[in-house]
Design a protein around this ligand. Structure first.
Ligand code: PEP
Ligand code: MN
Length: 359
């Protein structure tokens, strides 16, 4: 695929097969890069080969990337496999070198996206150059920061922008290295209908156990592609060793993916009937919520007149317990009920707060 077909491809992404990016976390040696690329290219129909040349490491002393000479290896990958090549840039100097070696696509990493100064510097170095730029989500779950980076890059005139969802840093230990928080990329898509979003299951998973399920979920949520770290010998990789797949495993993963967009099979009428049911249930839920809030209003006034505090721990604990038990009996997920109750409770406290503080 050439850059021109990439740009029309990016425009039509939602109607096509997913865009696949694969390659090692870091470029380590010419042999590693060429062998990995050749295996990926012969076993799969990966469109873009990735490799980090400059690695952002949390603490000094780890492998910080091979630097400029790795860019030459990427040029060879292009010549020898026909795949496009992508690398991470974190400052103007990286941009200039990447352009010097004809890198096709730049991506901006999660740590850099968290820093508007760096993003602005990169944006300034991209003036009058129309290279595709892929922008990862920032490490912290802040949608505005992600959007801010996209806007800064877009304002320089870059027209081919793709967002990469790579999950968010968890403050507590979870099964994932980075929590997906799918609602954030979904909200990004709602705000920017034409922005392609691809998923990086490798950095979400942090090991090889969940890459398949995260990739499938991303496709089921209508993401436009996947970026999957792939190394010819993951065990000896100098960075992110645990989460990289071999080209063989990548091949198996891609083959097992189910792409659910066959309009011929989809019976639109059946879907329409289900959607009508959902519309009607939502209407009923909203009416009930509104009724609930009317009662909250009355409670607020009653508490105000009788000098009772808004928050009553016992009552709240009882609500949580009884509703969760009831919901679970009805087959609902425990956490889901808790989160809905917490949201409703927060809103009723706000309503009562307003009533109490009117005077
Ligand atoms: C990477 O893609 O290797 C990388 C460093 O990712 P992130 O910026 O998402 O941590
Ligand atoms: Mn990595």
């Amino acid at each position: 695929m050439t850059i021109d077909s990439l740009s029309s491809y990016i425009r039509n992404l939602s109607d096509s097969e997913p865009l696949i990016i694969a390659g090692p976390c870091s470029a380590e040696s010419e042999e590693q890069i060429l062998d990995t690329a050749k295996q990926i290219s012969s076993k799969t129909s990966t469109h873009i080969f990735r490799a980090g040349i400059w690695k952002p490491r949390t603490r000094p002393g780890n492998f910080e990337g091979i630097g400029e000479k790795g860019l030459k290896w990427l040029e060879k990958v292009k010549e020898q496999t026909g795949m496009m090549v992508a690398t991470e840039v974190a400052k103007p100097e990286h941009v200039n070198l990447a352009l010097k070696y004809n890198i096709d696509i730049l991506w901006i990493g999660a740590r850099t996206v968290a820093n508007p100064f760096s993003i602005q510097e990169i944006a300034d170095s991209l003036k009058n150059i129309d290279i595709p730029v892929f922008i990862k989500n920032p490490i912290n779950p802040d949608l505005s920061l992600w959007i801010g980076a996209i806007e800064r890059i877009r304002e320089t005139g870059i027209s081919k922008i793709v967002a990469i969802h790579r999950g968010f840093y968890p403050y507590e230990k979870t099964k994932f290295r980075n929590i997906p928080k799918w609602e954030i990329p979904i909200e990004l898509k709602r705000k920017f209908h034409n922005l392609p979003i691809i998923c990086d299951p490798s950095h979400i998973s942090g090991n090889t156990n969940y890459i398949q399920e995260i990739s499938q979920k991303a496709l089921d949520l209508n993401f436009n592609g996947l970026m999957i770290e792939t190394h010819n010998n993951p065990k000896i990789a100098l960075s992110d060793s645990e989460q990289q797949l071999t080209p063989k495993k990548l091949e198996q993963l891609l083959k097992a993916l189910i792409i659910r967009t066959s309009p011929i099979v989809v019976n639109k009428e059946v879907l329409q009937q289900y959607r009508e049911q959902i519309d009607s249930i939502d209407q009923q839920m909203l009416e009930l919520l509104s009724k609930r809030m009317d009662v909250i209003d009355k409670i607020g006034k009653y508490k105000l007149n009788n000098n009772i505090t808004i928050f009553q721990l016992r009552r709240w604990e009882n609500i949580l317990k009884t509703r969760t038990e009831l919901g679970v009996k009805m087959g609902l997920n425990n956490t889901f009920i808790k989160e809905i109750l917490q949201l409703m409770h927060k809103e009723s406290i706000q309503i009562q707060n307003k009533i109490m503080n009117k005077q």
